[in-house]
Design a protein around this ligand. Structure first.
Ligand code: SDX
Length: 410
């Protein structure tokens, strides 16, 4: 076209990034990690075991699992300097905490914390030290992977405590990953005797497994893209978390609840769907770039919801959410566009029932997705000849032309 070289679309398809980590069949609504279907992992695994599988390629043996879990649960502390950075983020006015324009969204806190960790990381940016640490030193790479997973829950809990205007609670290593996260967010004064509700900890473990990885989504592509410049992985995680924060991606679980609250009652559903069809509204929690059939995770999450609602009491928004889903699935406009519930449609209702504040929901997506980001980052860094990501564009701008002095311009 106008004398420029245009890639053959077939070439672009073959230029996809190959990976051994996750496979999605969008037409069949199928998802597997390292060969294991998501349904089996959700039912039989736990989050740290799934994280190990994603990152190292195999389910750990008993001893590998014990060492891995011990290492991660003993690298959950955050340094005082980092706690000061997180504690400096404002939320609400001095007690009683009143939401204000300066409230630090918990996702902003999460992003800032990992960017700060990049500053405090024991191994500063290897490239600035003139060496590529992550190819030469696997021990350091694995230590950073353990630190990032371990600290993700602590940073998340700290972002919640900032929001509550309450002091941070130090992590405990004698609990599961999900139990410890609930503990750090919720422990009351008699913290020593605090034990999270096992049903809620179990529900959170399942949700973390379902959110751990999803092939080359926007935030994982960001992690792999930024990581390809050989920056430290903490800074790359901060970039990936920023991508996840958006309402078209991980921020959708928060946006779904805001949407359902705005609809308010079942009788308002038809008017809302008309606004969506008129392109005046977006049906958050529906649609997906890859799934042209239902998202297999949303089916599993819908079952988890029943368990949580039974434990925490009825969730009043479930009626509107169900009516909205049923009406959209019965409407030819949505069926033709292949729009089905995705992973974010039901998760927000569960988090709401668990008592998490609305703006904390994307953080509950970010914590487990750290495992998927690290898996793809490690796979790229360990590739035989790691290349920096530098996509090309098809230029459709002006032809070559000469500069015109300002006096001669109209
Ligand atoms: C996640 O990539 C991943 O794997 C992401 C994720 C993961 O685990 O990492 O699965 C997590 O991010 C799930 C998605 C969460 N986002 C939302 O729920 C936001 C609402 N969804 C839409 O913004 C949208 O569906 C996207 C962003 C998810 C996908 O966007 P696409 O690829 O542009 O959608 P499409 O090409 O399938 O759209 C086809 C048509 C378009 O209209 P036309 O141009 O044909 O007129 O459907 C429309 C779109 O405008 N459309 C929607 C819609 N989703 C698509 N219209 C209304 N509401 C929607 N939700």
């Amino acid at each position: 076209a106008n004398g420029i070289r245009v890639f053959d679309p077939a070439f672009l398809n073959t230029a996809a990034i190959s990976s051994k980590i996750t496979f999605i069949d969008g037409d069949k609504g199928f998802l597997m990690h390292r060969g294991y279907p998501i349904e089996q992992l959700a039912e039989k695994s736990d989050f740290l075991e799934t994280a190990y599988l994603l990152i190292y390629g195999e389910l750990p043996s008993k001893s590998q699992s014990e060492i891995w879990k011990f290492e991660v649960m003993h690298h959950t502390e955050i340094a005082d300097d980092l706690a000061k950075v997180i504690g400096s983020m404002r939320y609400g006015l001095p007690p009683p905490p009143v939401p204000s324009a300066y409230d630090s969204h918990p996702m902003s806190v999460f992003i800032s914390a990992f960017a700060a960790m990049g500053a405090f990381a024991p191994e500063a940016n290897p490239a600035l030290q003139g060496r590529n640490l992550y190819i030469q030193d696997k021990a350091i790479m694995n230590k950073n992977i353990i630190r990032i997973i371990g600290k993700s829950a602590t940073v998340a809990a700290a972002s919640m405590r900032v929001r509550m205007n309450r002091p941070f609670i130090a992590p405990r290593s004698d609990m599961s990953f999900a139990e410890n996260m609930l503990y750090m967010m919720d422990a009351t004064s008699d913290a020593e005797n605090y034990k999270p509700d096992p049903r809620l900890a179990e529900a959170l473990e399942t949700l973390f497994i379902l959110h751990a990885d999803h092939e080359m989504n926007c935030s994982t592509a960001t992690m792999t893209h930024v990581g390809s410049s050989l920056v430290d992985p903490y800074s790359a995680v901060a970039a990936a978390a920023a991508a996840l924060y958006g309402p078209l991606h991980g921020g959708a679980n928060e946006a779904v609840i805001r949407m359902i609250e705005r609809i308010g009652t079942v009788d308002k559903v038809p008017a809302f769907l008309s606004a969506v069809k008129a392109k005046k509204e977006l049906l958050f929690g529906f649609g997906h770039r890859v799934y042209r059939n239902t998202d297999p995770r949303s089916k599993i999450i819908r079952q988890v919801a029943e368990t949580v609602f039974a434990a925490c009491g009825h969730e009043p928004l479930i009626e509107v959410a169900t009516a909205l889903k049923d009406a959209a699935l019965a409407d030819p406009w949505f069926v033709e566009k292949k729009l089905y519930p995705n992973v974010d449609y039901w998760s927000g209702l569960i988090y709401r029932s668990l008592g998490f504040p609305l703006d904390f929901f994307p953080v509950l997506f970010a914590v487990p997705r750290v495992a998927g980001w690290l898996a793809h980052w490690k796979q790229a860094i360990e590739a035989p000849n790691p290349k920096i990501w530098r996509p090309r564009q098809i230029y459709v701008g002006e032809k070559v032309r000469d500069y015109v002095p300002v006096e001669e311009r109209e």
